[in-house]
Design a protein around this ligand. Structure first.
Ligand SMILES: Nc1ncnc2c1ncn2[C@@H]1O[C@H](COP(=O)(O)OP(=O)(O)OP(=O)(O)O)[C@@H](O)[C@H]1O
Length: 251
């Protein structure tokens, strides 16, 4: 059996009497794009916070790349290759798109460029940074000040920064939120390209995007996973359709 990149075992988080995630168990396979969907307030963001380490879990286990990371702080999970797309606020607006990504390359590489000369160091940072920018289709905007990029381009830059850390798993929380139709199309195409580079867990409300991108979909309702399956089977699942009645027209 293939080893999972991420395995959640009976994960739970409650606020007082309200169990926001309840007994969530799920496996993310290497190379897949695994979407987590659910009505508003289902607990999706809380689950992503638990996986990334932003929120401690009350009980259960998080196994990442074969290691129990349940009690590890966020930065140690990041160091092991568990990245989450940072919010736009973490982009440095006064630096170019390329510089923003190069900083992430540098952070990943630690002090390994210490003995390089200035020009060589710059090349060693800029070349992989440029590859990451090209992957998200932002190569032509490399020299533009990040603060001047459009909202959709900032989203792509975030993805590029996350990629530059060479993650084993990328957690994405609503990458299409706030994007217009044309921009969202571009982000979807970017995500399609990223799929072949890294394993992705995606939370997204845009069902067209989810169903066109995901290899598997998990459905969270009131903190509980009610189904994990291929997009086709999820679409046909009666319980899933019932859970969405009145929420989304049709899944
Ligand atoms: N810090 C908190 N204290 C108390 N309740 C909280 C807290 N954070 C979240 N909740 C509650 O937990 C539930 C799940 O919230 P969460 O944001 O995880 O859902 P979601 O599925 O991501 O929702 P949406 O799709 O609307 O973003 C909600 O009822 C929310 O009010």
């Amino acid at each position: 059996m293939t080893k999972s990149v991420l395995e959640l075992r009976n994960l739970r988080k409650a606020y007082g009497a309200l169990a926001v995630t309840d007994d969530v168990s799920l496996s993310v396979h290497p190379g897949e794009l695994h979407a987590i969907i659910g009505p508003n307030g289902a607990g999706k963001t809380t689950l992503i916070h638990q996986i990334s380490g932003l929120l401690p879990s009350d009980s259960g286990e998080i196994i990442f790349d074969g290691e129990d990371v349940t009690r590890l702080p966020m930065h140690q999970r990041v160091r092991r290759g568990l990245a989450r797309s940072f919010q736009i606020t973490s982009i440095l607006p006064g630096f170019s798109a390329l510089e923003n990504v190069a900083l992430a390359v540098q952070a990943r590489s630690g002090s390994s460029f210490r003995f390089f000369g200035h020009a060589a160091r710059e090349r060693a940072l800029n070349e992989p940074a440029m590859d990451c920018l090209n992957l998200v289709d932002l190569g032509a905007r490399a020299q533009i000040m990040a603060g001047l990029l459009s909202h959709g381009e900032k989203r792509q830059l975030e993805l590029s920064i996350a990629l530059a850390t060479e993650p084993k798993l990328l957690l994405l929380d609503e990458p299409l939120a706030g994007t217009g139709q044309e921009e969202s199309q571009r982000v979807v195409e970017t995500l399609r390209r990223l799929k072949s580079h890294t394993t992705i867990v995606l939370i997204e409300h845009d069902m067209d995007a989810v169903f066109s991108l995901a290899d598997r979909v998990s459905v969270l309702v009131n903190g509980r996973l009610i189904a994990t399956d291929t997009p086709e089977r999820i679409r046909a699942n009666a319980e899933v359709r019932a859970a969405y009645l009145g929420e989304e027209e049709a899944v």
